[in-house]
Structure formats: structure tokens, C-alpha cells
Ligand binder design. Structure first.
Ligand SMILES: Cc1ncc(COP(=O)(O)O)c(C=O)c1O
Length: 452
């Protein structure tokens, strides 16, 4: 009997459906026969197994064994500045980046309050879609003028500024070369970009030259990224030479002057003033608003085309909220004060020099610090750094120990941030206290013995 075409089609469909069902049920059976949970993989979902957690555990145990309180995440009951209050006690504070004492300055405060009254506390969405406020443009124009550049773009975080900008500027055919002590945000920007990444030894521009010479031709774009003032060591690179090198190697030069602004140069303009280099010779200026400028956020200043590109290509700008109006207003007011009151910078320089001179006279190791606001006291041992920090804290001085993984063990240190508002008496007290506490600690054995 001849069968109709439609019957054949139905049979074929049924056969296909049966085949699929058989296959699915076989797979289901196979899955059922596997252990419900692979114990090893299940264990990895425990947050405690994250590699960083082990380091945190070691640090906590270390503190507990030697009877030292956790020096991180202390709760301050007043604004960041040369003095602070912790658990009701007043401390001399060397852990703030308020280099020129502008945080809480009446003009900065009033500008922020006015901005809140007019625009509220939030821009609620990206400037691209939700629009801008006059304060955004005013801040960008002021920063562009400061760096003698055509334009500027501000981001809501300094860290995100580097990550998003470097991530947007470079690609897999490019190279980023940065100082070995460059900030994490520069490293992360390089990683995001998928460009090849090379480091050169800290401030060693001969090594940078030797590194670039044989390999430059392998890449399309090359970015040399350095900091204006290094926040661990308080030293800075030779900017004039960097400008010459970036030209010779046909590279972009990016200077992250997060710590240089307000600190370097007679007027605190930054590394370019200190080095007497025309800032427009640098391709990309990066900075943060969280330090001298008493706000929160970061910026890139450079040619108009660079700013235009970042406003459309940097994820941290395009897909992130516009800067909060009071923060933009605070930064504008702080920058203006910095320009108008160079005596603040002079005070900061005097304080930094006094601390440096006293520290050297007391035979303390301040490494390569250039006597400009950031001054480490290197202890070469993390136990001694933490114990020294604790002893200073007991004496009413708040300063952060810097220990591995932030620096190698042999570079463990206390890091002092000076401001224009520290008094001579505070500085002398700090040096005296370090010397006294250092003698008490000796080689650190007494602390370990006391703990046993
Ligand atoms: C050199 C440098 N760049 C970028 C940043 C990130 O800035 P922010 O803390 O404002 O996000 C910092 C932070 O301290 C820094 O030291």
C-alpha cells in the first residue's frame, strides 16, 4: 500500500522526537550517576578559600600573637587632617592626603553646600544620558587650564580614571611600560587593555630606554606611565628626560600626579612646575580629586580629541554616574585656593623639610624621599613597623605601617604624610617618639617574648 507523503513526514518527526528524548533521558541518567556535588569545587565557593583571605588571616594572627591592635580601618570621629580623633582621643595624624589643609576649609565647605542646595547630592546617571551640570564643565575647564591643555574629563574615582582610560586607549597590539612602583590602577588599566605590559625599575630611566629601544617597533601605540610623586617612597622621576624619551620612542607619556598636585613646585602645581617642564609637553595628565582637592574622583587632562574620545570610549565615564555636584564644587574651590594661597605650599615644604632634617639627624632611614610631604621611615621588618606604629599610637600619633604585600618585607615601613597644617611641635614630637619607641623595640625580640 502506498503511504501518503504527510504520513511519512509525521513518522520522521516522531522518530526525531524519540531520538532527542532518548538522548536527553540518557544524559539525565548519566548526570544522576555523578556525585551530587564535587566536594573540591564546592569548597571553592567558600569565600574563606580566596587567596587574599589567607594573607588577611596571617596578618590578623600576627597582630594577635604580638598583642597589637589592627592598625587598619580605624574609626575617625572627625575630618581627615593634621589632627584626628579616634575613640574620643585626639591624635597627631600622619595618615591623610590633605596636603594643603583644604578639607573643611570654609570656602570649600560653602561651595559644596551651595552645590547641594542648587543641584542636590547626586547626578543620578551618566552625563552622557542624564546631562551635565555647570560644575562639571567649570571643573574640567579649571583643570585643563592648570595643565595648559585643551581639555579635561573628570571621573567619579581616581582609580577608575586610570583603569578606564588606559583600558580604552590601548589594545592588544600596543605596549604599556610603567614604573615598577606604579599605582595598582595603572597596572589594572594595562591588564584591562590587553596590551603587553612591561615594567622598568623604579625611576631608572636608563633601564626604560634600554627596554624600549629594541622592542618599540613591535607595537603600534606605546604608553609610558609614571607617577609625579610616588606615594610609598616620596620620590619622583626626571620629567624632562621622560619628555625627551617619549618623543624619541614615539610614545605617549602619561603622568599620574595624584600626589604631586599641591605638593611639588613653589605653587604646588605639580611635577611639571618642580621640573620646569611645559605641562603641554606631556600627552596625558592624570590626577585625583581626593587628595589636595578635598573631593573624590579623578581626571585626565590633555588634547581635546583625547577628552572627546574618553567621553565616548572609557567605560568608567560612559557607564558611570556623573560626578556628585558638591564634590565637583569642592574641588573647584580647593583648586582656586591652592592657586591663590601659595603660602600653604610653602608651609608644607617647610614642614616636610623639618621632618626630613630631624629624621636624618636621628639616623632614621627615610629611603629616597625628596622631603616633599611623603616621608617613609623604613624599618626593614614588618613586625617592627607594626609594633612601632602601635607604640606611636599609644603616644597619640596616628601613622600607618606599610607591610607586605604592599611592599616587600625588607622595605616594611611607617609612612608619614605631612600637611601644611602640622605644627613644628607636632613634627618634633613625632621624631622624638619614633626614636624613643625604636629603642624600646630594639630588634623586635622583646615583643615576641612578651607575646609568649
Ligand atoms: C598614584 C595614585 N593614582 C591613583 C590613585 C587613585 O585615586 P583615588 O584614591 O582618588 O581613587 C591613587 C590613590 O591613592 C594614587 O596614589
Amino acid at each position: 500500500m502506498k503511504r501518503r507523503k504527510s504520513e511519512l513526514r509525521d513518522e520522521a518527526r516522531q522518530a526525531l522526537a524519540d531520538a532527542v528524548n532518548n538522548r536527553l533521558s540518557a544524559e539525565r541518567k548519566e548526570r544522576r550517576s555523578l556525585p551530587v556535588i564535587d566536594q573540591r569545587l564546592a569548597a571553592m565557593t567558600d569565600f574563606n578559600t580566596l587567596p587574599g583571605m589567607q594573607e588577611i588571616g596571617v596578618q590578623r594572627a600576627f597582630g594577635a600573637v604580638v598583642g597589637i591592635s589592627n592598625p587598619f580601618f580605624r574609626l575617625h570621629e572627625t575630618r581627615a587632617g593634621a589632627t584626628t580623633i579616634i575613640e574620643g582621643r585626639t591624635y597627631d595624624n600622619y595618615s591623610s592626603y590633605d596636603y594643603l589643609g583644604l578639607n573643611g576649609h570654609p570656602d570649600v565647605h560653602a561651595a559644596a553646600v551651595r552645590a547641594i542646595e542648587q543641584y542636590g547630592t547626586s547626578c543620578s546617571a551618566s552625563r552622557l544620558v542624564a546631562g551635565e551640570r555647570p560644575l562639571h564643565r567649570e571643573l574640567e575647564a579649571a583643570l585643563a587650564a592648570h595643565y595648559r591643555q585643551e581639555a579635561c574629563v573628570v571621573f567619579v574615582s581616581g582609580h577608575a580614571t586610570n583603569v578606564s582610560s588606559i583600558g580604552a586607549l590601548l589594545g592588544p597590539k600596543d605596549l604599556i611600560v610603567h614604573d615598577s612602583l606604579a599605582h595598582n590602577s595603572i597596572v589594572m588599566g594595562g591588564a584591562l587593555s590587553r596590551a603587553e605590559r612591561r615594567l622598568f625599575p623604579h625611576n631608572d630611566l636608563d633601564a626604560l630606554d634600554e627596554l624600549l629601544t629594541p622592542i618599540r617597533h613591535r607595537y603600534e601605540r606605546v604608553l609610558i606611565a609614571v607617577e609625579g610623586l610616588y606615594s610609598m617612597d616620596g620620590d619622583f622621576p626626571d620629567l624632562e628626560r621622560l619628555v625627551e624619551m617619549k618623543r624619541r620612542h614615539a610614545a605617549w607619556l602619561m603622568v599620574d600626579d595624584a600626589h604631586g598636585l599641591g605638593v611639588l613646585g613653589e605653587n604646588g602645581s605639580g611635577i611639571f612646575e618642580h621640573a620646569d617642564v611645559d605641562p603641554s609637553d606631556v600627552d596625558i595628565w592624570m590626577g585625583t580629586l581626593s587628595k589636595t582637592l578635598s573631593g573624590c574622583g579623578g581626571y585626565i587632562a590633555g588634547p581635546a580629541v583625547l577628552a572627546e574620545y574618553l567621553k565616548f570610549a572609557a567605560g568608567g565615564f560612559v557607564f558611570s554616574v556623573g560626578m556628585s555636584p558638591p564634590l565637583a564644587a569642592a574641588a573647584i574651590a580647593a583648586l582656586d585656593l591652592m592657586h591663590r594661597e601659595p603660602e600653604r605650599v610653602a608651609r608644607l615644604h617647610r614642614n616636610s623639610q623639618r621632618f626630613t632634617d630631624r629624621a636624618r639627624a636621628a639616623d632614621l632611614d627615610i629611603g629616597t624621599s625628596a622631603a616633599r610631604a611623603v616621608i617613609p621611615v623604613v624599618t626593614h621588618n614588618s613586625l617592627i613597623a607594626v609594633a612601632l606604629g602601635q607604640k606611636l599610637f599609644d603616644r597619640g600619633i596616628n601613622v600607618q605601617p606599610i607591610i607586605p604585600p604592599a611592599v616587600p618585607e625588607k622595605s616594611a615601613r611607617l609612612r608619614f604624610f605631612l600637611t601644611s597644617e602640622h605644627t613644628e611641635a607636632q613634627i618634633d614630637r613625632a621624631i622624638g617618639a619614633i626614636v624613643e619607641a625604636r629603642q624600646e623595640i630594639g630588634d623586635g625580640r622583646s615583643i615576641l617574648m612578651a607575646a609568649n
